[in-house]
Write a protein that binds this ligand. Structure first.
Ligand SMILES: [Zn+2]
Length: 229
């Protein structure tokens, strides 16, 4: 049985079943904080739709999203690397449904099934690379192309052409002011690749949007395809 989460579906069936243990994925409250940096990780989350954002909070009160995890992965990989506390604050900025597997169960399954730790370590390596792609992206790629990348990624994660992107969340994601987000949204709408929707945007020309997006979109997608191949 497929769970809808690529990490779970790449594990041997017995390990995935031991993790899920008959649970159903549940909706994570929009706007909630799952865990704050340095707090004990009580669970690993495996999204089946939507995304969990990693937020780096800076001492001056500023914050930026450094990564987001959707159905291609899991949130809380530290636990599989013998790190019991969260390295980053994690928040829900888009409608998200996930399996929440308690930490004790994760550790018990890891002892029983070596495949969990092994895939977890390879996943962590992919996250390192994805972080490098995003950090170079933020430094070098113009905001409109970055926004196009984020709209595509979010659409993939929601398995829908319509994405929920508040200006606040988008501003955190791209590390730019809200006014810059508004301008970039307008540029994409003018290109005819997206249209405004009630809570965000709707993709109307996917291949056009892929052409506009920076190369980081396909580069990152290929990382996960290789991990789960
Ligand atoms: Zn980029």
């Amino acid at each position: 049985m497929r769970s809808g989460n690529r990490f779970l579906d790449a594990l041997p069936a017995a390990a995935a079943q031991a993790l899920i243990a008959g649970d159903e994925p549940r909706e994570l409250p929009f706007g909630s904080t799952l865990v704050r940096r340095d707090e004990k990780l009580r669970a690993i989350h495996f999204p089946v739709s939507g995304a969990i954002s990693d937020i780096e909070e800076q001492p001056d009160g500023g914050a930026a999203e450094t990564a987001a995890v959707g159905p291609e992965g899991l949130s809380g990989v530290e636990l599989l690397l013998d790190v019991p506390n969260a390295l980053l604050t994690r928040v829900i900025q888009t409608p998200t449904t996930a399996f929440a597997v308690p930490a004790e169960r994760v550790l018990a399954v890891q002892r029983e099934h070596a495949a969990l730790g092994s895939l977890g370590r390879r996943y962590a390596a992919v996250m390192l690379r994805a972080g490098a792609i995003t950090s170079a992206c933020n430094a070098r790629h113009v905001v409109t192309r970055r926004l196009a990348r984020w709209v595509l990624r979010m659409a993939d994660r929601l398995r829908s052409d319509e994405v929920v992107l508040t200006h606040d969340a988008t501003s955190l994601m791209l590390g730019v002011r809200r006014s810059t987000v508004t301008q970039a949204m307008r540029d994409l709408q003018r290109s005819g690749t997206i249209a405004g929707a009630r809570k965000g945007a709707r993709i109307v020309d996917r291949s056009g949007l892929e052409t506009l997006a920076c190369s980081c979109y396909t580069e990152e997608r290929a990382l996960y395809d290789a991990l789960y191949a």
